[in-house]
Design a protein. Structure first.
Lengths: 159, 237
């Protein structure tokens, strides 16, 4: 079972798919930092003085993480970064669900949409499920790249 | 070190590269897409006290000082201005009369004059659409707190743009202050209505700059447009 789970065929696709996901998610944030800052503000979790720096740097961490996964460098580190980012998103969404603060995810779009409180809460639950599924992909990558061998793009390129 | 702890070394490289890339992109990007690296946002950790837009009370009359939302301080005396906003003028330097190009306000009835009187004890008061229209007809200054790109697509006729989420918001407030407008003349600020707090943030900045008669048209541009009241498109003033 472990061999199937860490098979190179799967690992390459997971690596590239995860990398592309992060790249696609980061682009709108890099193109419009003020809107992304507004999205972060709505979460009410980041202290005011740190908010803009967060909005400026985080998308670039996503871009570099995505690029590292797609191009096959620093794969394990990029996987861990991806895992930490997803964990942060899950905790942020979860915290706001718990306190009934309906927010737009801002994951792939930083422009405010006209949605009701109920619609936003529903979307937040779906985002939790989606991000949990992405964490499974991160787990696959970390498992597949842990042991030496032909798994993953990185070790394939080292041959 | 890097062989034993590749995550630390590689992580540091990724983080450093991200910070450098962020600094470069923020520097070379268009002005309306830049952010100041450090800026305070009052209420950034305060959850709004109601979740549904429908449940937020809508004031038909000006909000009394006691019900100012918890995201905005309602100090008994004028608050110390934000660090990026100019301080109130010293007593020896009297502000000049308003110089904006709107027609002079018509003489107001006694009840209307009280309604829009300066309120130095609180940063802003919310007003209903009809009150906003009254002020518009009197030639009061309107300020649009939305993003510049959104302002261009349509705004209340004659409104000026100070996008609170863009890097030059504080500079624009300072420049507005330096134009010498009457600090007791009504200023109406608006944004997108609903849960939008941009207008409140702009009102707070104007209050910090010394303007004592700031009114928030809470229903904002969508409401104004829906009522068929005067709008225009074009570049920011």
């Amino acid at each position: 079972m472990k061999k199937l789970w860490t098979h190179p065929w799967l690992t390459v696709r997971v690596q590239i798919g995860l990398g592309l996901t992060f790249l696609v998610a980061a682009v709108p944030k890099v193109l419009d930092p003020p809107s992304f800052a507004h999205m972060i503000y709505n979460y009410r979790l980041v202290p005011g003085p740190a908010l803009n720096a967060f909005a400026l740097v985080m998308p670039w961490i996503e871009i570099l993480t995505g690029a590292a996964l797609v191009l096959g460098f620093f794969v394990r580190t990029a996987s861990k970064f991806a895992g930490l980012l997803l964990l942060a998103f899950i905790l942020a969404i979860g915290a706001n669900l718990a306190r009934d603060n309906a927010v737009q995810c801002g994951c792939f779009d930083v422009h405010a949409a006209d949605k009701s409180h109920g619609q936003l809460l529903g979307e937040m639950r779906w985002v939790l499920i989606r991000d949990a599924a992405l964490e499974l992909l991160v787990a696959q990558l970390l498992l597949a790249t842990r042991s030496p061998g032909p798994e993953g793009l990185q070790t394939q390129r080292e041959r | 070190m890097s062989r034993r702890h590749p995550f630390l070394a590689e992580g540091a490289i990724l983080l450093a590269a991200a910070i450098a890339a962020a600094a470069l992109s923020n520097r070379i990007g268009p002005a309306e897409r830049r952010l100041a690296w450090v800026r305070d946002y009052p209420g950034a950790l305060t959850v709004p006290n109601n979740g549904s837009p429908a449940s937020r009370p809508r004031s038909a009359t000006p909000v009394p000082a006691a019900s100012v939302p918890d995201t905005v301080a309602a100090p008994p005396a004028p608050a110390k201005p934000e660090s990026a906003a100019p301080a109130k003028p010293p007593a020896a330097k009297a502000p000049r009369a308003s110089t904006h190009a709107s027609p002079p306000a018509a003489p107001a009835a006694a009840s209307s004059a009280d309604e829009f009187a300066p309120h130095p004890e609180i940063p802003w008061k919310e007003i209903a659409p009809e009150q906003a229209r009254t002020l518009f007809d009197r030639g009061a200054l309107f300020m649009d707190a939305r993003r510049t790109s959104v302002y261009r697509e349509g705004h209340i006729r004659g409104a000026r743009s100070i996008a609170v989420w863009e890097a030059d918001a504080d500079d624009k407030v300072k420049a507005f202050y330096e134009e010498g407008h009457d600090p007791k003349a009504p200023i109406v600020v608006y944004c997108s209505g609903g849960d939008c707090e941009d207008s409140h943030q702009l009102a707070q900045k104007l209050y910090g700059a010394g303007f004592d008669a700031v009114f928030v048209y809470k229903d904002g541009y969508p409401d104004w447009q829906r009522r068929g009241w005067p709008v225009e498109t074009g570049e920011a003033r």
